[in-house]
Design a protein around this ligand. Structure first.
Ligand code: ZN
Ligand code: CU
Length: 498
């Protein structure tokens, strides 16, 4: 009996953080069936792994791909990085719950997502109908739930509204979400008090899921926001996960050390806490969320670059200061010009607010995972993290900077993420695990996406396998759509039990 596939003679990194060993990995019916020395002429397909590393497929712990799975089911921008699973529904914005046919609350972050689905299973069905190239795990987002129940009202929920919100969260968890996400700088999340979040997070407790958060403040109030996050985790009895950990704005640079120290003391006290980071000094998001139009923040305006802007396509890829100079207006006036234009609220920007040294401090922390935070709007010039995050870790931070070792980087991007986000039988090269694998050249792997030219695929990633199917080879998409919709600590949705 022939098996499906064997990768031969690779340096196998099993995802545990252990050093690589030379060996073969055999795959059949979607799973890893043998690791070590596989006898000759046993497989239908042989891949020579000589001189390459074979690792579990990477897990993008912070994605906004809810809509991308419907619009770009090939998921090339993730697959080409070696990513085989994303965790979507972050920063409080998720595809579900939804009113069928109505666009989502994210205002463009999820790509004007609209579908016929109302709940997670409906969303999973819609995605699976497109044959997604990679796997997806979902969070249920606070902003989405709150908008559905109480619009964008800046007030506390009534008892009935709180009950309705909890019911949405419970339903998503029942259907396989891994947890509850917040985006407390965004509307309407920013209108909520800590007590509301604790009350809602408690709905996740019976499922043992996570609380993930884009915290209320990542700048001057970073440490207070970390306290709030830890309090929510404690009071709701949940594992707390801090998204895209950073200290935003020059006066705050270096504060990630204090914030990680606070995380360490919570860990020492027995609390479950993890984090993720993206390896870039710029953030990105909906521009309208960052400015008060009465008094636009000048320091922020000066470090902004336009990613996508339906109102002024000619501004895409340009710094706001240059746009302002060209028009002979003040930079704060340029902010108003863009945001008050028709569809101006859909503008996505890139803001250079992070210290390079803080990225390295973050990456040295043992509980730090990697999340791209990529916003999959391919019309303008998206932040390069959408295309480059994982190869950038391997090429720049591992090979060039030596901030962490290769086995350790792979552990953070695979087994640690799989254990945290409840990805069953994934994140390891081990017999019985799903065959999500990436074959890469540690000497050449590199991100090529830049701010000027962000939609560039990385180099040095030879082959990506998803659920046993070769999905990408030598930078070419094979067209395989073997991705699954994953359920927290359970079998995947509609998975055949073998
Ligand atoms: Zn965020
Ligand atoms: Cu995000």
């Amino acid at each position: 009996m022939l098996i499906d596939l064997v990768v031969r003679n690779a340096q196998v990194l099993d995802g545990s953080g252990a050093a690589a060993f030379v060996g073969d990995v055999a795959v059949d019916a979607g799973r890893i069936v043998e690791v070590g020395s596989v006898s000759a002429t046993r497989a239908r397909r042989e891949i020579d792994g000589t001189g390459r590393y074979l690792a579990p497929g990477f897990v993008d712990t912070h994605a906004h791909d809810d809509g991308a799975f419907l619009r770009h089911p090939d998921m090339t921008f993730k697959l080409a990085q070696g990513v085989t699973t994303t965790v979507s529904g972050n920063c409080g914005f998720s595809a579900i719950p939804a009113r069928p046919g109505q666009t989502d609350a994210s205002g463009g972050l999820l790509g004007r997502l609209a579908g016929d689905f109302a709940d997670l299973e409906g969303y999973f069905d819609a995605v699976l109908a497109h044959g997604p190239a990679i796997n997806n795990m979902m969070l249920v987002g606070h902003n989405t739930v709150r908008e559905l129940v109480m619009g964008l009202d800046a007030r506390e929920p009534t008892a009935a509204e709180l009950t309705a919100m909890r019911a949405h969260i419970t339903r998503a968890m029942e259907q396989g979400a891994c947890g509850f996400s917040t985006g407390l700088i965004y509307r309407p999340g920013r209108y909520s008090r800590t007590e509301e979040i604790i009350e809602l997070a408690r709905a996740v407790r019976p499922f043992g899921g996570l609380y993930t958060t884009h915290m209320r403040n990542e700048g001057d109030g970073l440490l207070e926001a970390v306290e709030e996050t830890l309090e929510i985790g404690r009071e709701a009895g949940l594992h707390a996960h801090i998204s895209h950990h950073k200290a935003a704005g020059r006066p705050n640079w270096g504060k990630v050390r204090d914030s990680l120290a606070r995380v360490d003391s919570a860990l020492a006290a027995g609390q479950q806490v993890t984090l993720d980071v993206y390896p870039y000094t710029a953030g990105s998001g909906r521009m309208i969320e960052y400015f008060n139009l009465e008094r636009p923040n000048r320091a922020l305006a000066e470090v902004i670059r336009i990613a996508s802007c339906p109102a002024f396509r000619e501004f895409e890829g340009r710094m706001l200061v240059d746009i302002a100079a060209e028009r002979g207006i003040d930079v704060t006036e340029a902010v108003r010009l863009i945001l008050t234009a028709p569809r101006g609220e859909q503008t996505l920007c890139i803001h250079f607010i992070i210290d390079e040294a803080d990225i390295e401090t973050n990456l040295r922390h043992a509980d730090m995972m990697v999340g791209s935070d990529g916003i999959p709007d391919l019309r303008g010039r998206p932040h390069p993290r959408l295309f480059g995050t994982f190869p950038r870790i391997l090429g720049h931070y591992v090979r060039e900077r030596g901030v962490l070792s290769l086995p350790e980087a792979v552990r953070r991007m695979t087994s640690l993420a799989a254990a945290t986000f409840g990805l069953v039988d994934r994140g390891s090269v081990r017999v019985g695990c799903w065959a999500d694998l990436v074959l890469f050249d540690a000497a050449t792997v590199r991100d090529t996406a830049t701010y000027d030219d962000p939609q560039q695929l990385p180099t040095g990633i030879d082959c990506v396998i998803v659920n046993g199917a070769v999905a990408m080879e030598d930078g070419r998409h094979t067209g395989a759509g073997a991705g699954r919709m994953l359920r927290y600590r359970r079998s995947a949705y509609r998975e055949q039990e073998s």
